[in-house]
Design a protein around this ligand. Structure first.
Ligand code: GLY
Length: 563
């Protein structure tokens, strides 16, 4: 069966631009693509009760904090891209550096980056943003009571849930990695009972969720939860204080909006690098294809072309992108049509360029999770949320029962030194108190010219998120694949460094791999990402979760009484 699918993918290859019939009138439907069954079912229950996509997203975010501790969180942060009542919006609930953070905090006396310090233990954590984000989203667009939206998460933490095998395996791996690296954390104390098939209860987390349920944002950033977190920090030489928590604000920002093949892409602005990168990648691809025979899906020409474009995308990322409240991000210039055309014209379709020669062009992420929701009114929400690496810092706030992020590693600890994801950066992304670290998270909604939602997509995977999202848009809209095909077609990723190295999914034809190696590429097998995608087709909504994960996608008509 799998072989038949791949054969189909290799023949369904010519590009197709916008199809005007995709917004044809179909009966109202609502859809969810979420990274696990608990969150997908909770989201669909909210939609079936008459809640909107934002209501469903809030319920999903809190359920994931209970059932997908690798990345679901209240101790991390994320981004929401949405189209509500036809209006595009973007909510930034990324973590920020604590007030006591400083530029060189991860360097030793000789100026060398200390391994592990920005990744493990409480000093790796930024001030969490997720609860403030959900609260801000609810204040602006929520239609169901806040308390109702927290209830599924409270139930799952208090009464427990049956642990999926993949979660149990990830927990075992994380414990083993901690032992091998000699890390000291309290992770096992909280998670060792979560064995496959057992019912796992989290009473401290349930109590924290109830405080948030009863008190809203203040239930996390003030009072008992804030005190428990600040005390925990003090006990372990961490930096986050009650003052940092009370200062934290989620921020509504203008999303990146660009035209592409007749669609409008609505995606993540800085402090994400993702939206600008995806816009550049798709824009340069469109330019480079002009006057050429269209590159077929996952052909050698296609992989080479997107890899060469990727080098330019990542050179700009390293130089120009960071928190726009701290640095000037030249967003308009980076996605300007003439700039995109000039950068695309430098790509040689037949040869690999020297990585050293690819400079930023303007003159003068492993875990994370994503979900996509469309409601019966056609509103769409895409949320990517993270603790950074799987299980974040590995530290659970004693008494409050939630995992803390290790997002500080997404800053540039030292100019030119790669972080965990191999991303390099410089001044634009150096650490400063209260600054937000650069992200690759790219929740994205694509609209038709009539402003109907054509696609909702996003993925985890650090810097590979950008490739997963770019290729999911190309798969679903340029190559017109179904949702299932679009999330499962093998993908690849090139991020400038390491030189001439392409990370590729298994499933790419061996002969093509040999040709790419002959061209001079080093290929590294890596199955990154966990796409959660909803596509509108002439027949209605089509949703899919990447097969390698433990996600669930649901498309339903609203309850008859509610249509
Ligand atoms: N922590 C992964 C990212 O935000 O890109």
């Amino acid at each position: 069966m799998r072989h038949i699918l791949w054969i189909f993918l290799f023949v369904a290859v010519t590009g197709c631009a916008y199809q005007s019939d995709i917004a044809a009138d179909t009966a109202p439907q609502q859809a969810v693509a979420a990274p696990d069954t608990f969150s997908a079912n909770a989201a669909m229950a909210v939609l079936q009760e008459g809640g909107n996509a934002v209501d469903a997203a809030i319920a999903t975010q809190f359920v994931l904090a209970v059932t997908l501790p690798e990345a679901g969180n209240i101790g991390g942060g994320g981004f929401m891209t949405l189209v509500h009542d036809g209006k595009p919006g973007f909510l930034d609930f990324r973590e920020m550096a604590p007030g006591k953070a400083s530029r060189d905090m991860y360097l030793d006396a000789n100026g060398k980056v200390k391994p592990h310090d920005s990744l493990y233990g409480v000093r790796a954590s930024g001030v969490p943003g997720s609860v403030a984000g959900m609260w801000a989203a609810h204040q602006k667009h929520g239609s169901m009571p806040w308390s109702r939206l927290l209830q599924p998460a409270v139930n799952l933490a208090e009464q427990g849930f049956v642990v999926p095998e993949k979660l149990a395996r990830n927990i075992e791996r994380f414990v083993k990695k901690g032992q091998e690296k000699g890390l000291s954390n309290n992770f096992s104390r909280y998670f060792s009972k979560a064995t496959a098939g057992s019912t796992f209860v989290q009473p401290e987390l349930a109590a924290t969720l109830k405080r948030i349920q009863n008190e809203g944002k203040a239930g996390f950033y003030e009072g008992k939860t804030a005190r428990l977190l600040a005390d925990f920090m003090q006990q372990h030489d961490g930096l986050i204080t009650e003052d940092d928590l009370s200062r934290y604000q989620a921020i509504w920002r203008e999303p990146v909006q660009v035209s592409w093949q007749g669609y409008t892409l609505v995606t993540a602005p800085a402090p994400s690098s993702g939206g600008i990168a995806v816009a550049q990648w798709l824009g340069m691809f469109e330019q480079a294809q002009q006057g050429m025979t269209p590159a077929s899906h996952n052909s050698v020409e296609y992989i080479h072309l997107l890899s060469e474009i990727g080098k330019r995308v990542f050179a700009d990322r390293a130089k120009y992108l960071g928190d726009p409240d701290f640095i000037d991000v030249p967003m308009a210039q980076l996605i300007d049509d003439k700039y995109i055309a000039r950068r695309a014209s430098q790509v040689n379709p037949a040869a690999i360029s020297d990585s050293q020669s690819i400079k930023p062009g303007l003159h003068e992420s492993e875990q994370t999770t994503h979900f996509s929701i469309v409601d019966k009114w056609g509103n769409a929400v895409a949320i990517t949320t993270t603790l950074n690496l799987g299980f974040g810092s590995g530290m659970v706030v004693s008494g409050a029962g939630f995992l803390l992020n290790d997002e500080m590693d997404d800053f540039s600890a030292k100019a030119g030194v790669p972080n965990f994801f191999g991303a390099v950066g410089g001044k634009a992304n150096e650490i400063q108190p209260y600054k937000r670290m650069l992200s690759s998270m790219t929740p994205t909604v694509v609209l038709t010219p009539n402003k109907d939602v054509a696609l909702v997509t996003g993925s985890p995977g650090g810097t590979t998120i950008i490739s997963s999202v770019t290729q999911s848009v190309l798969n679903a809209l340029h190559f017109d694949m179904s949702a299932e095909q679009a999330v499962n077609a093998p993908r690849f990723h090139h991020q400038l460094w390491p030189e001439n190295t392409i990370r590729i999914h298994s499933g790419i034809d061996e002969v093509k791999q040999q040709e790419l190696q002959r061209l001079g590429y080093t290929l590294k097998q890596q199955n990154f990402g966990d796409l959660q995608l909803i596509k509108r087709t002439p027949e209605g909504l089509d949703a899919a979760s990447q097969r390698s994960g433990r996600g669930l996608s649901l498309v339903e008509a609203p309850a008859a009484s509610d249509q």
